[in-house]
Design a protein around this ligand. Structure first.
Ligand code: NAP
Length: 585
C-alpha cells in the first residue's frame, strides 16, 4: 500500500478518526516527497495511530503499580520451593509483584537494592542449609559479609523437624544474621515443624500485615485464575495398589532392601512423573506398636479423639494419623513430663513413666504422621502406569529393644500384594536428566542411592540416548548386596553402560568405597567432565556425599592442574550449570 492508494488510506484514516480536512500535528517533514494533499493526509493518519498507541499505553498502566518483592527459598525436597510459589501468588493479592529464586541464585551484594524480602528456608541434616542455599549461607555468615541497608525489610520462615537438636538452625541463623548486618525484620521469624502448613500460613499473613509491608503495598491485583489443581497431592493422595515387594538383597546380607512396584492405573496424568522425581508415600503404623501403646496407657483404642483433620477413634488415629516414635518438646509439655532424655521413643516414655493420661492427652502429645519421600527407581517409558521404589528396611536396636522404621517396613512387609497405599508425585526441580541425549553421565549411587540411576538408565535406553553412561555403585558385599545385578550386567553387555565401577566395602581387607574408584580413575573422570559430562550423586548425605565431593575436588586439582580454590570454582560452575546434581538424604 502506498500514499497513492487514496481509497484504502481514506478508509483507514476515517477508521481512526482523522480526515484530510482536520488539521493534524506535523509528522511528515516539508522535504518529504509528497504533495500538500498527501502530506496532510499522512499526517492525519499518523496522528490517529499515535493517539491509539498513547491510549493503549495509558490503559496498560495501572494507576498504582504493585511493589517489588523478592522471595528466596532454600529447598531440599521441594517444600520450600512450592511455598515460595504460593507466596508469589499471595503477594499479588496484597499489592506486591514478587520474583522468586533459590537463595544461591542471588549475590549478597544484590540484597542492598531490595526493599522487601521474604525467605522460606529448610534446615537439612545436622542443622545444615540445603544444597541450594549453602553458598548464600556461607557468604552471609562470613565475618566479612557486607552491611545491609535498614530499608531492606525482611521476614524468614523456617521448615525443620523438631525431633532434631538443631531445629530450624539454618533458617534461624539467616534471620539473625540479616538483622545483625543492618536489615529490618518486618515480622518475627517463624520456625515450622514437619506439619508446616498452619504455621506457614499464619506467618505469611502476618508478614504481609506487618507495618513495613502494609505501608509499601501497591495496587493489589486480582488473584491469579485458579490453576487446575493437581488431583493428587500430599493431602489428597492417590490410592495405589502394591504389585510387587521383593527382596533385592540376599539372605546373607546385613540389610533388607526391597524392590517395590506400585500400580498407578486409574490415576491419569496427575501421576505422570519424570525420572529424578520422588514419590510421597503415606505409611500405616505397625498394629503391634499401636497395641503396645494402648497397653502402656491402659486405653482401649475405642475412645473418640479430636485431631486437626477431624474426629477419629483412638486406634485408627494411632494407626494412620500419628507418629508413634518421635518425642518432641511438645510431647513433654502436653504430657507434663520434666525431662524426656535422649534416645527415647514414645513407647519408652509411656512404659517407663507409667503415665496416667486421657486418650486426647495422648494424641495431643504426638505429632502428625508424615508421608515419606522415596526417589523413584523406574522410568515411566519403561513401565507405563507403574512406579517403582528401592527401599531399604530400617531396623535397629535402641535401649536393648529391636526397633523398625515405619514406612520402609510397611512397604516391605505389612502392605502385602494388592494392598492400597496413598501416594503422590513430588516433583524434583534439581535432579533431572539433561534433555540433550548426547551428554555423558557419571552416576554415583552406593546402597539405595542406586534408585534414581536405575530410572535414569531405563530412560536413556528408552530414549535411545547416544551419550555415554558411567555408573559407580557399591555396598558391603558383592555376593548379597549387588542390587539390580541382572539389569546392570545386561546394560554393561549391551553397551548402555559404557563403564561400571563397583565398590564392595567389606569384601577385602581394605574398605573400598565409590570415591576410592572415582579417584583411581580420576584422569578419565576429569576427561569426561571436560567433554561436558553431568555428575549425579544419590544416597547418604552426611558421610558418602561429603566424601565424594572431596574426591571430586581432588580429581579436579590433580588432573585439571587447579589450585584448591580453582577446583572449588570449577565444581561450583558445574553446579550452577546443573552438571553437578545431588539427591542426598
Ligand atoms: P549406605 O549405608 O550408604 O551403604 C552403602 C555403601 O556405602 C556401603 O558399602 C557402605 O560401606 C558405604 N559407605 C559407608 N560410608 C561411606 C562413605 N563415607 N563414603 C562412601 N561410601 C560409604 O547405604 P544404605 O544401606 O542403602 O543406606 C541408605 C541410606 O540410609 C543412607 O543414604 C542414609 O540416608 C541412611 N543411613 C545413614 C547412616 C548415617 O549414619 N548417616 C547410616 C546408615 C544408613 P560400609 O557400611 O561397609 O562402611
Amino acid at each position: 500500500m502506498t500514499a497513492q492508494d487514496p481509497n484504502i488510506l481514506n478508509n483507514l484514516a476515517l477508521a481512526i478518526g482523522q480526515t484530510h480536512t482536520a488539521r493534524a500535528p506535523e509528522f511528515i517533514s516539508e522535504e518529504a516527497p509528497f504533495d500538500d494533499a498527501q502530506r496532510q493526509w499522512l499526517n492525519g493518519l499518523l496522528s490517529g495511530l499515535h493517539a491509539i498507541a498513547s491510549a493503549a499505553t495509558a490503559a496498560a498502566e495501572p494507576e498504582e503499580a504493585a511493589t517489588a518483592l523478592t522471595v528466596l527459598y532454600g529447598s531440599q525436597s521441594g517444600n520450600c520451593e512450592a511455598l515460595s510459589k504460593d507466596l508469589r501468588k499471595f503477594a499479588k493479592t496484597r499489592g506486591f509483584d514478587a520474583s522468586v529464586a533459590a537463595l544461591d541464585d542471588i549475590e549478597l551484594s544484590d540484597l542492598g537494592a531490595i526493599n522487601h524480602l521474604l525467605i522460606v528456608a529448610a534446615t537439612f541434616g545436622e542443622g545444615d542449609p540445603t544444597d541450594n542455599s549453602a553458598k548464600f549461607y556461607k557468604t552471609i555468615m562470613a565475618d566479612d559479609a557486607p552491611a545491609l541497608p535498614s530499608k531492606l525489610n525482611f521476614s524468614v520462615c523456617g521448615l525443620g523437624d523438631s525431633s532434631y537438636a538443631d531445629f530450624n538452625k539454618a533458617a534461624t541463623d539467616i534471620d539473625r544474621r540479616l538483622e545483625e548486618l543492618g536489615a529490618t525484620r518486618a515480622h518475627d521469624f517463624v520456625g515450622c515443624d514437619v506439619d508446616f502448613e498452619d504455621d506457614y500460613a499464619a506467618w505469611k499473613t502476618a508478614a504481609f500485615d506487618s507495618e513495613p509491608f502494609v505501608a509499601a503495598a501497591g495496587a493489589a491485583g486480582a488473584p491469579e485464575p485458579v490453576e487446575a489443581v493437581a488431583a493428587f497431592d500430599k493431602n489428597r493422595p492417590f490410592m495405589a495398589s502394591l504389585m510387587t515387594a521383593e527382596a533385592l538383597s540376599g539372605e546373607a546380607s546385613a540389610k533388607c532392601v526391597n524392590h517395590i512396584e506400585l500400580s498407578l492405573a486409574g490415576g491419569g496424568e496427575d501421576l505422570d512423573y519424570e525420572v529424578g522425581d520422588a514419590l510421597g508415600v503415606w505409611p500405616v503404623n505397625c498394629g503391634q506398636e499401636v497395641q503396645a501403646i494402648l497397653a502402656a496407657t491402659g486405653l482401649s483404642g475405642r475412645e473418640p479423639v479430636k485431631l486437626k483433620s477431624g474426629p477419629a477413634q483412638l486406634r485408627s488415629a494411632l494407626l494412620t494419623r500419628l507418629d508413634l516414635t518421635t518425642v518432641t518438646p511438645k510431647t513433654a509439655e502436653v504430657w507434663e513430663i520434666e525431662t524426656v532424655g535422649e534416645d527415647r521413643q514414645v513407647i519408652d516414655l509411656l512404659t517407663a513413666m507409667n503415665l496416667d493420661m486421657s486418650a486426647q492427652q495422648l494424641v495431643d502429645g504426638l505429632r502428625p504422621l508424615q508421608p515419606r519421600l522415596y526417589s523413584i527407581s523406574s522410568s515411566p517409558k519403561a513401565h507405563p502406569g507403574e512406579v517403582h521404589l528401592t527401599v531399604g528396611e530400617v531396623h535397629y536396636d535402641l535401649n536393648e529393644t529391636a526397633r523398625k522404621g515405619c514406612a520402609s517396613t510397611f512397604l516391605g512387609k505389612r502392605l502385602g500384594s494388592g494392598g492400597m497405599v496413598g501416594v503422590y508425585v513430588q516433583r524434583s526441580a534439581h535432579f533431572h536428566l539433561p534433555n540433550d541425549n548426547t551428554v555423558p553421565l557419571i552416576m554415583i549411587g552406593p546402597g539405595t542411592g542406586i534408585a534414581p540411576f536405575r530410572a535414569f538408565l531405563e530412560e536413556r535406553e528408552a530414549r535411545e540416548a547416544k551419550g555415554k553412561n558411567w555408573l559407580f555403585f557399591g555396598d558391603q558385599h558383592a555376593a548379597c548386596d549387588y542390587l539390580y545385578r541382572d539389569s546392570i550386567e545386561a546394560w554393561g553387555e549391551n553397551g548402555l553402560l559404557t563403564e561400571t565401577s563397583l565398590a564392595w566395602s567389606r569384601d577385602g581387607v581394605e574398605k573400598v568405597y565409590v570415591q576410592t574408584l572415582l579417584e583411581e580413575r580420576g584422569q578419565e573422570v576429569f576427561e569426561w567432565l571436560e567433554e561436558g559430562a553431568a555428575i549425579y550423586v544419590c544416597g547418604d548425605a552426611t558421610r558418602m556425599a561429603a566424601d565424594v565431593e572431596k574426591a571430586l575436588l581432588r580429581i579436579i586439582e590433580t588432573h585439571g592442574g587447579r589450585s584448591p580454590e580453582d577446583a572449588q570454582t570449577y565444581l561450583d560452575a558445574l553446579s550452577a550449570g546443573h552438571r553437578y546434581q545431588r539427591d542426598v538424604y
